[in-house]
Design a protein around this ligand. Structure first.
Ligand SMILES: *[C@@H]1O[C@H](CO)[C@@H](O)[C@H](O)[C@H]1NC(C)=O
Ligand SMILES: *[C@@H]1O[C@H](CO)[C@@H](O)[C@H](O)[C@H]1NC(C)=O
Ligand SMILES: *[C@@H]1O[C@H](CO)[C@@H](O)[C@H](O)[C@H]1NC(C)=O
Length: 353
């Protein structure tokens, strides 16, 4: 669980932060509830009438059902709920949707209302504002980012640290899948351990998983931030695709999110049934680190000095850390030192039994 603390800043790094003036930030938020089928829509209705959802937003959040606003004039730049539902083909994940044009944080919505939501419920926002506490500045992630968070529940604490890798894999597989359908092969979409997503060597997104534990249940909130069409100042999926084909291929956020859940549900079933080992071949093909040589900080025999040694990354250990082998053939587990945002700086090694 300590592990989650280490990664808790990552969605922030996956979103662009821009300054907004206060007037814009003070508009109220709307949260639209929608289901794939009647069962989830009935749930949406009861959730709305019971008025149990809680928000940390400083501005009020009003709740409405998608069916109530479907015929009103829709923002064509907003998340297209109907299109998403059409592409979604899961039996659990992503079927109950909460959408907002503008929200504090999708992660807060799912993690603070976990007990009120069905497992697999997702919250997506076009723009995310998040008060940072300093004076009256507001930071936000701009249009063009795909930002969503959803709920998972697990009972075996030993595999909880690995579920974030299943989430990462579902993102890369979803993006590849959509691109293949558009005729773009060999897309270089990769995972930088533990949870950054890279395209053509540039970071385009990140994953964040947090969990709480009570009565044999781990409530996991998983968040994904992906730069789909916001190019400045780094890059995004859309801009990279443009380099590959002369034809404009724009990935839609709705397609990516639906493809994500379609992939995630399958990968998660394999993960729960057969363990992460069954996904390792695919994971190691997708991450950037097999055979990578990294420097570890070792204490010397007197424990008073730090010496640097080189080890070679082999894979993941069963607890989700890096498995490495040293020059003298000993295997070890690598832990980040917790002080650096770059996980590959200041790695500490622990002997494996
Ligand atoms: C986890 O979720 C369940 C509902 O599935 C809820 O009853 C429980 O209180 C939650 N636990 C924690 C620690 O939030
Ligand atoms: C996402 O895009 C913004 C610019 O719009 C950029 O500042 C940020 O670094 C990007 N994040 C990732 C993870 O690529
Ligand atoms: C996609 O990227 C291209 C190239 O950067 C840009 O010209 C185009 O406007 C982008 N489309 C969207 C919807 O962002």
């Amino acid at each position: 669980m300590f592990y989650y603390l280490l990664i808790s800043l990552l969605l922030i790094s996956a979103a662009v932060l821009i300054f907004l003036n206060n007037m814009e930030a003070e508009s109220a938020s709307v949260l639209v509830l929608c289901g794939k089928s009647n069962a989830e829509n009935e749930f949406a209705l009861s959730l709305k009438s019971n008025n149990v959802l809680r928000f940390l937003d400083s501005n009020p959040v009003s709740i409405c059902l998608h069916s109530e606003i479907r015929n009103l004039h829709c923002d064509s730049e907003g998340f297209q709920v109907d299109h998403y539902m059409d592409v979604l083909s899961t039996s659990q994940f992503g079927r109950f949707l909460m959408y907002s044009p503008r929200l504090g944080s999708t992660h807060d919505v799912v993690s603070h209302n976990f007990g009120e939501l069905p497992i697999g419920a997702v919250c997506v926002a076009d723009v995310q504002t998040k008060g940072r506490g300093r004076s009256k500045n507001v930071w936000e992630s701009p249009k063009g980012c795909l930002l969503f968070s959803f709920t998972i529940q697990m009972e075996d604490g030993r595999v909880v640290p690995l579920v974030q890798y299943v989430v990462s894999l579902a993102v890369t597989e979803a993006v590849k899948d959509i691109c293949q359908k558009k005729g773009i092969q060999h897309l270089d979409v990769k995972i930088k351990w533990p949870n950054d997503l890279y395209l053509d060597g540039l970071k385009v997104g990140g994953i964040l998983c947090t969990s709480t534990y009570k009565s044999n249940k781990f409530n996991v909130s998983a968040g994904i931030g992906l730069n789909v069409s916001n190019e400045k100042p780094t890059t995004c999926l859309n801009a990279t695709l443009q380099k590959w084909t002369p034809v404009a291929h724009e990935l839609q956020r709705e397609d990516i999110m639906a493809a994500f859940f379609n992939k995630f549900e399958d990968l998660y079933t394999v993960f729960m049934g057969q363990g992460f080992q069954s996904l390792e071949p695919l994971y190691y093909k997708t991450w950037l680190h097999s055979g990578q040589r990294v420097i570890v900080q070792d204490k010397n025999d007197n424990q008073d000095q730090v010496v640097e040694n080189v080890v070679t990354i082999q894979g993941l250990t069963s607890s989700g850390y890096l498995l490495a082998i040293s020059e003298d053939g000993q295997t070890c587990e690598l832990h980040p030192d917790g002080n650096s945002l770059d996980f590959f700086k200041g790695l500490i090694r622990r002997k494996l039994a």
